[in-house]
Design a protein around this ligand. Structure first.
Ligand code: HEM
Length: 180
């Protein structure tokens, strides 16, 4: 996972739980990087997982809730890192269609060794879409948080039903994203 993701994670923790919380997590996790992250460098995914588990122990918030909350927080930081002209989508549905074919393509130009997931709109309906997610990192809850925040930014709150999940043995995740 890119350092930029860790930088946003640290920022969220310091804002919402305080500086001492970040220091406590670093003491607990004993990370190979020492907890110093450069945005364009790649770090072991295990580091973010260890930090989330340690944060869950610190805050008594379950891991899945923290991952989704971080997805929401991360969206704004990531969205602002691209030129505004790249993020100029008329609605949530066109943004979701562009994640794989435009947004993550740009990310891979910026960071040639980036590891972005496969995210596809596989079905469109009047009130929403089906989103396909596939990644060896199985970070579908992060994707759900990112989608919720993108939806809120468009003033289009959504409900998301996770109808099949890689963490339960499937080869991809399916998410029904509907207005409401
Ligand atoms: C709703 C919109 C988006 C969704 C659902 C989404 C989904 C994801 C997910 C789930 C990951 C974690 C890696 C994985 O699962 O394999 C990821 C990584 C990433 N995404 Fe997106 N993303 C979205 C928008 C954006 C935007 C707007 C940017 C703008 C720069 C962005 C940049 C990145 C970067 C830099 C990474 C880290 C890649 C790495 O660590 O190598 N994403 N994305």
């Amino acid at each position: 996972m890119k350092g930029t993701v860790f930088n946003h994670f640290q920022e969220m923790i310091e804002e919402q739980f305080g500086m001492e919380c970040w220091e406590t997590l670093l003491d607990k996790c004993d990370l190979p990087s020492g907890g110093i992250y450069t945005s364009a460098e790649t770090y072991d995914d295990q580091e973010i997982l260890s930090l989330v588990v340690a944060l869950s122990e610190y805050s008594a918030v379950p891991v899945p809730d923290l991952v989704e909350a971080f997805g929401r927080y991360l969206y704004s930081g990531l969205a602002h890192s691209l030129p505004p002209s790249m993020m100029n989508f008329p609605d949530l549905w066109s943004l979701l269609e562009a994640v794989d074919s435009v947004i993550h393509v740009e990310v891979n130009k910026l960071y040639p060794d980036a590891l972005t997931p496969k995210i596809l709109v596989t079905e469109k309906r009047d009130n929403g879409v089906t989103l396909y997610y596939q990644s060896p990192r199985k970070m579908c809850l992060l994707a759900i948080g990112l989608v919720h925040q993108a939806a809120d930014n468009f003033g289009t709150p959504v409900t998301i039903k996770h109808t099949c999940c890689m963490n339960e043995g499937a080869d991809h995740c399916s998410m029904l994203i509907e207005r409401g």
